[in-house]
Each structure stands twice: as C-alpha cells, then as structure tokens.
Design a protein around this ligand. Structure first.
Ligand code: FES
Ligand SMILES: [Fe+2]
Length: 368
C-alpha cells in the first residue's frame, strides 16, 4: 500500500489530496504491463513462417523480416478482425486472407485491393499495432506495454556461455500468472510436488540455510558446493556452484558451474490470458557429450513441469472459490518478496522513476 504520510500536511486541516501515484488496486492482480515476456523459441519463426501467440489477453503474430529481424504485430486485421497469422507473408508484408488488405511490417496498411479508382478513401492511416521484440537466450521476448516509453524494465535473461545444446519444454498451466510465478520462488513445495527419484532421492525433510541477496529487479540465492544429492548435480561431478536468480516479471535462472562445465536451467512464466500461464523450461549445457542425454532431459523436464501444472491447477480452483493466501514462515518469504518487487515495479512506473529494490540481504531457513 502506498502511504501518503511523507506528503506535506495541507495545513488547513483539510484532507490531503489523493497522491496521484496511488496504485490501481487491480494492477497488483494483473501481470506487470511493462515487462519482457517470453513468447516462444527463436527458431519457431524463420523464413516466411509465422507464429500466432497469446500474451496477456492479446493475440500476436510473430515472424522475421527479409534480414531475419523478428517482428510482433497484433494478430488482428483492423477491417473485420481476421487473424493475420492465417494470411500470406512474403518477407515484406502480410496479406489478410479475408479481403486481401496488405500490411507492412511497421503495421501500416499498404494496400486495399478492393478499392475502386473512384474510391477517395485514404488507407495510409489504417495500421495494426506493432510491439517491441527482443531475442535472447534462444527465445523471443515481447513487451506488450502500450503506454509512454521510458520505464525501468528488467532485461530479458541472457545465457552467459556458449551452449553446446539446449532442451526446451513448454506447458500451459490453467492458473493465474502470480500463482504460477510463485512456484518459481517457493522452496516449500519441492519436497512434496517434485519427489521423483531422479530429482530428490531422499525422502526426509532436512533443514536448509541459504543466503539471499537483492539483484537489480529480483533476488539471488547462492550456494557453494551444493549439499543436494540430486543425480542431476552429480552428473557434473565435483562440487558444483549453484546460483538461482529470480527476476521480474516471472523469470527463474538457475546457473550451475563445475570447473569449466556450465549448465543453465531457466524457467519463464508468460501470462497468456486470465488464469492461463505458459511455463517454459529451458536447459542449456556447454559440454557436447551431454547432448546425448537431450531426449532423456526433455522427458524429465516435462515430468517436472507437469507436477507443477497439476498442483497449480488444483490450487487455482481453490483460489477461485476464495482468493486469499496465508504466506507463513521463512519458506514463504521469497513469495512475499515477489509481491513486494511487483508492488515496487508498479509504484516506480506510476511515479516515473527508477526501480529501487526494497529487499535486503537475508539468510533464510526452511525444511525441505
Ligand atoms: S478482415 Fe482483413 S481484409 Fe477484411
Ligand atoms: Fe515446482
């Protein structure tokens, strides 16, 4: 809640005006509007292949121009609402399959072929919305925000090494963006939801102590010489260093290092629509020999993500009946931090200033 206690007293005993930066209460329930969201793999679009995606209730069509630069347009012909992704794309423009209107990749209407020479209509003012796109870590990222530019937006994640291989699993979860994103920072569910032998061979709960430090738009958990007995870490040999970063809007970056060996396990949450969220899990490695394990990795990653999907969908049904949560104990602090980070992002945006991370370095203990 934004307080106005630091505002000057009106002095005349009157009521201080509502701060113009007051948070819209609905804004906290929605995904952050000004943020980069993962909209699919880079290789989902190539040549003249288009891809239709949902993003926070919006429909987008993704593609690449003649020199390979990605673009994102609203997937809706202004004429009758037809999906432009169903039309023809020649590398320079999209032709709507309904009445043949043609649009350039800047979104501007270039041609209305049904116009007669006696038609005085000027179609140059007709356009479809274009959205900014970035390409990073093998994925395309779109910021669906249409307000004034200049927000302090967290960067899409990058991969800090040359990947020899990559496995990706995408899964739609019928749950809200917040509930799904909380699962990325929730240590308490791991022992109960992800209890597969290959991930968590020991069935007993043990006390964990981890140090968390703030990062530009989130926080990081570092552990040196991880104590986990997971075979996934054993594969790397030695005592791997593991760093897990959470970053707004819904990005979890697990980086594992053992000598020159690198593995990155990235998870992204993307809001598709109300109570519909895409979870994308990407595993990258820099040892060519590990590529032999890619099919196995894909199966295990899908199993892992499906475990989250199943509990999240049941929990969403409970939250639909009563939309409250009790965040309790140190294991739930990262979940509370998520909401604090989100609130700060919204406040900074409303006040037109840089994001100031409200978190401090802290040691947390929980059993898992
Ligand atoms: S709906 Fe697109 S041209 Fe008519
Ligand atoms: Fe999980």
């Amino acid at each position: 809640m934004l307080s106005n206690t630091t505002r000057p007293d009106p002095g005349d005993g009157g009521i201080a005006p509502e701060p113009d930066t007051a948070l819209d209460p609905d804004a906290m329930r929605r995904p952050l509007s000004d943020a980069w969201y993962c909209v699919g793999r880079s290789d989902a679009v190539s040549g003249t292949r288009l891809k239709a995606v949902d993003l926070d209730g919006e429909q987008l069509v993704l593609g690449r121009d003649a020199v390979g630069q990605p673009f994102a347009l609203r997937d809706r012909c202004p004429h009758r609402g037809m999906a432009l992704s169903k039309g023809r794309f020649d590398g320079e423009g999209l032709t709507c399959p309904f009445h043949g209107w043609r649009f350039g990749l800047d979104g501007r209407c270039r041609d209305v072929p049904t116009l007669s020479s006696s038609d005085q209509a000027d179609f140059s003012k007709i356009a479809v919305q274009r959205f900014p796109v970035r390409e990073s870590a093998g994925f395309l990222w779109v910021d669906p925000y249409l307000g004034p530019a200049g927000g302090d937006v967290p960067a899409p994640p990058e991969l800090g090494f040359e990947a020899a291989g990559m496995a990706v699993v995408e899964l739609v979860v019928e749950a809200s963006f917040d509930l799904t994103t909380l699962s990325l920072v929730d240590p308490g569910h791991v022992a109960f939801v992800h209890d597969s032998w290959w991930f968590r061979p020991s069935k007993t709960l043990r006390e964990k102590v981890k140090t968390f430090t703030p990062t530009p738009h989130g926080f990081t958990m570092t552990s040196h010489g991880t104590t986990t007995s997971s075979p996934v870490y054993k594969l790397l040999g030695g005592a791997p260093q593991v760093e897990i970063e959470f970053r707004l809007p819904g990005v979890r970056l697990e980086r594992i290092e053992a000598g020159a060996k690198r593995v990155a396990n990235y998870t992204f949450a993307t809001p598709l629509g109300r109570n519909r969220t895409m979870l994308t899990n990407a595993l990258y490695w820099n040892m060519p020999a590990l590529s032999l394990l890619k099919p196995v990795a894909g199966v295990l990653m899908r199993q892992f993500l499906t475990q989250d999907q199943q509990v999240l969908q049941h929990a969403q049904a409970g939250l639909d009946r009563k939309p409250t949560m009790v965040l309790f104990g140190q294991g739930d602090l990262p979940s509370q931090w998520y909401f604090r980070l989100k609130r700060e992002a919204l406040t900074a945006q409303a006040e037109g200033r840089a994001f100031r991370n409200p978190l401090a370095r802290q040691e947390l203990r929980w059993r898992s």
